[in-house]
Design a protein around this ligand. Structure first.
Ligand SMILES: Cc1cc2nc3c(=O)[nH]c(=O)nc-3n(C[C@H](O)[C@H](O)[C@H](O)COP(=O)(O)O)c2cc1C
Length: 203
């Protein structure tokens, strides 16, 4: 089994990457490989609303000069998908929005090529807007007939400078538990979640 994680941050080694890496380690504990692809630093334009994906039904976006079509193929091949984004102005990062709009429009135009694959969202945020961005990512799964993995809280890590999210013990626990939620959906075994970490932010 293989999980594909998508890092929608412009920073390849930022807090979104840290959260995805935490999930990768958790999947490895369960014998599941997770590949992480970094799209947040790529030039990915938004959907043209041209309808070519519905007319052509070839599982491709007509814009073929960026990584979207390659990654759509990898998402189709994966057993589960994790979408990761930093919070930019209380929502997901712009490049990630452009990527998801096109990838999921192609999936819908081709009779739901991601249907049935478990999905989980993770976001990185300094202070506020995390749950809105987390919800924004989950809209993609829930329109694509993808079961959303449970966790013990919304899978959000807090930090500003790259790497700072290592201090967010509870946030990291939520992302490890989201990975466990995916494992449960993939294997059919009940999820065994971790509990106990509590992190607040005042300094
Ligand atoms: C353009 C931009 C907008 C941001 N907007 C918000 C925001 O609305 N709320 C917030 O708490 N942090 C905001 N941040 C901070 C990031 O969410 C935070 O630094 C996060 O850890 C970045 O994740 P990354 O390291 O994966 O890029 C913003 C950062 C940038 C660059």
């Amino acid at each position: 089994m293989k999980v594909l994680g998508i890092n929608g941050s412009p920073r390849g080694k930022g807090n979104t990457a840290l959260a995805l890496g935490e999930m990768q380690k958790e999947f490895a504990r369960h014998g599941i490989e997770m590949e992480i692809v970094h799209i947040g630093n790529k030039a990915i334009r938004g959907c043209l609303a041209c309808g070519a994906c519905s007319r052509n039904r070839n599982e491709k976006c007509i814009i073929d000069d960026d990584p979207v079509n390659d990654i759509v193929g990898r998402m189709k091949a994966a057993d589960a998908i994790v979408l990761g984004s930093p919070v930019h102005y209380a929502n997901i990062a712009g490049t990630m929005k452009s990527f998801c709009d096109r990838a999921f429009y192609v999936a819908g135009a081709n009779y739901g090529i991601f249907a049935g694959k478990p999905g989980a969202a993770v976001v990185a945020v300094r202070r506020s807007g995390g749950s809105n961005a987390w919800s924004a990512l989950n809209y993609y799964f829930t329109i694509a007939n993808m079961p959303v993995a449970a966790s013990t809280y919304w899978s959000i890590v807090h930090g500003t400078a790259a790497g700072e999210a290592t201090e967010d013990a509870e946030g990291l626990q939520t992302v490890r538990n989201a990975a466990r939620g995916i494992v449960s959906l993939l294997t059919g075994a009940p999820a065994e979640f971790e509990f106990g970490a509590r992190t607040s932010f005042i300094r």
